[in-house]
Design a protein around this ligand. Sequence first.
Ligand code: ME8
Ligand code: MG
Length: 508
Amino acid sequence: MAFYVTTPIYYVNAEPHLGHAYTTIAADVVARHMRQRGEDVFFLTGTDEHGEPVAQVAEREGVSPRELADRNVVHFKQMVERLDCTNDFFIRTTDPEHEQAVREFMQGIYDRGHIYEGIYEGWYCPYCADFKTEQELLPGNCCPIHKIVIEKVREENWFFRLSAFQGELERLYAERPDWVEPRIRYNEALSFIKGGLEDVSVSRPKLQWGVRVPWDERQVFYVWFDALLNYYTALQYGPGKDVRATFWPPALQLIGKDILKFHAVIWPAMLMANEVELPRRLFIHGYLLMQGEKMSKTLGNVLDPFQVIDVYGVDALRYYCFREVSFGQDGSVSTEGFEARYNTELANEYGNLASRTLAMIERYRDGVVPQAELPEELGAEFDGLAGAVERHLDGVELTLALEEIWSRGVRRLNRYVEQQAPWKLAKDPAQARQLDRVLYGLAEGIRVVSVLLNPYMPTASSRLLAALGQQGGESLALENASLGSVPGGSRVGKLEPLFPKVEAVEAA
Ligand code: ME8
Ligand code: MG
């Protein structure tokens, strides 16, 4: 089955921070997991390059918006690469193919009579690229998100008849209660819709930096209309040919809660207006916080993912994001918390477990995994573990899946080593068969957890699998993630520490 997964496209008005890395890694975990299940995956990420957020910073820095975009997109592409993400395409909204496809799509909405000319007046935050209601403003007419003073603007532009889709949107929410998850976001979006929808402007008369409105060349499209369409246009040209027939609609769209309204209200209405099938599901995650505030380039309290990767490696970062903060909710990250999990969970519980197991197979069985029966004691936790992980990831519960692998797999194996004490069994020739069983059980155990952990920590898990003689695509297949699906007899290789001790990274 085809599985299309997307991340938001990030503004190129600054360099990426951990918040951007977060959604991108989450999508990659799901993409890798789905490939383990044999799905035909298309994974899209990219950058949002038009509109005021980019034009304003460019002006402040004295460069053209295109120069700014060209300069910053490099960092986002580098981020994706250094995060070990397996995206199938990286879209830039300045791609000429995207711009042309946006014009065609919007012309379609116009031709169907859902766009008209009007006058708009309202409080406008250029960082949000969005209007705020009087009630939303903080004292002193400040944007509630960016805390800057914003102004009332009045302009003539083109409007999308969002109000006309009120009924159809309410029906969508009634018929498909899992179309927006988690539930709290579904409720939030639905109550926004029920509060009454107003038409929204789709164009900007004052701005030059954007996609030209085909029926009114004086104006450019409001950046959000251009941006949302990336999910659709990318399939028209990204892989070098049009793959909409295979991959549309998206199976999963991941976003942060800051952009819920655009994705859960305006986006489906745009698709309805052009009679295009809706995405199957949106999953909305919370904020990564630093010192209690949303990590944000505007507020300046950001953690640099590159710096963390330099010191601890990318797997540790990928792991930490979903272990520390329950996916879906807000949660704090810190360098202290990171170091603690690195040392206790990654270096000790997983890394040492792997090294010890391989060392014992080397020492007691000349480096060959014994051919033995599986120890029944491990069955209780391991039976059905892969199925549980699958179910959690079907629900985009990245933290629950990881928790399950850790408690039922990694920690169970650590207890098992202590209980069985293979170093004692090795001293007693009468216990040889039991030692075979224990070592085989451990080898299978670390293999199974590595297959399950692979979407989260692709490098470390693959290195461990390779040391167990497991290489190539089949070794990662989820159907092999059960104890005993690989027989003993293979020769183990050398394994450098998976998570070596490192000097503490300086606080950001
Ligand atoms: O909004 N915690 O781009 P953007 C968690 N271009 N996630 C965070 C985060 C944090 N502290 N900070 C950022 C835009 N993110 C538009 C989107 S989509 C058609 C257009 C992540 O650069 C999260 O996914 O402001 C959030 O939704 C996104 O970055 C916003 O990135
Ligand atoms: Mg933002």
